[in-house]
Design a protein around this ligand. Structure first.
Ligand SMILES: [Zn+2]
Length: 252
């Protein structure tokens, strides 16, 4: 058994027994880890205030390779993201990113870049106001790139023509778009040039600039649908992200 130290972000928690919690964490050095936090729900718990979903913490835990559930020993709060408290927009966007990570990545494989991306995006959601959903789109685009299945957005899958001024038809099973000529009569989700422009811009944007975006409703719909279809196909999310269902209902 090893005693390990790392940074972590709380993805999800479950009540266990009378006073404990089971916690799913994305750790910086050891990937997704599940820990038992004994006594975490008792008022005098040493973990108090550290195990709320989306909290950024430092942890010490006992790791035994032969078991799935590790034992949490110590926590220190790095960032509680205080502006998430009582704010449904920030919370549901953060939960959607956490849910995607929890469902899409395999446990116990180091995910340093995913961790740093997630921490950056949560901080940006916390400190900014405006169109915060753009930060989730930014996260989703970078996340699928890190996972190795970034869609081909720039050029037509079939004839290679550049799509920036034309738009196209998104084909989630082929991992990209067809230009209007190749895609005619073949179905797929219609994507306007304005939506592509936003997706291209997000790939190189600074997170603090993103909430200033003011996308048209048509672009919001296309980008939401495109990610949704893509995750269902490539990340095995048969059902979309629960947190997003809630977010869309709240925003409509
Ligand atoms: Zn084409």
């Amino acid at each position: 058994m090893a005693i390990l130290k790392t940074s972590a972000i709380v993805l999800k928690t479950w009540k266990f027994g009378e006073t404990s919690k089971i916690v799913s964490l994305l750790t910086r050095d050891f990937g997704k880890v599940r820990v038992m936090a004994k006594g975490a729900r008792s008022p005098k718990s040493q973990f108090k205030g550290c195990l709320e979903p989306l909290s950024h913490i430092n942890i010490v835990f006992y790791d035994k390779k032969t078991r799935d559930l590790q034992l949490l020993s110590k926590t220190d709060l790095v960032d509680a993201h205080v502006r998430f408290m009582g704010d449904m927009t920030r919370t549901t966007l953060g939960f959607a990113a956490a849910e995607l990570i929890d469902r899409a990545i395999i446990a116990n494989e180091p995910q340093i870049k995913v961790f740093d991306l997630f921490a950056d995006v949560l901080s940006a959601i916390n400190r900014n106001s405006g169109f915060l959903e753009g930060l989730l789109w930014f996260f989703e685009g970078k996340f699928i790139t890190l996972m190795g299945y970034k869609p081909t957005w720039e050029t037509c899958l079939e004839c290679g023509t550049s799509l920036g001024t034309k738009g196209g038809f998104f084909q989630p099973d082929s991992g990209g778009l067809l230009c209007p000529a190749c895609g005619a009569g073949r179905g797929g989700l219609k994507i306007n040039p304005g939506s592509l422009e936003i997706l291209y811009w997000l790939q190189r944007a600074n997170p603090d600039e993103i909430p200033r975006l003011k996308p048209e409703p048509v672009h919001i719909n296309e980008i939401r649908k495109m990610y949704d279809l893509y995750f269902k196909m490539h990340v095995d999310l048969k059902k979309g992200l629960n947190a997003l269902d809630f977010y869309y209902e709240m925003k409509d």
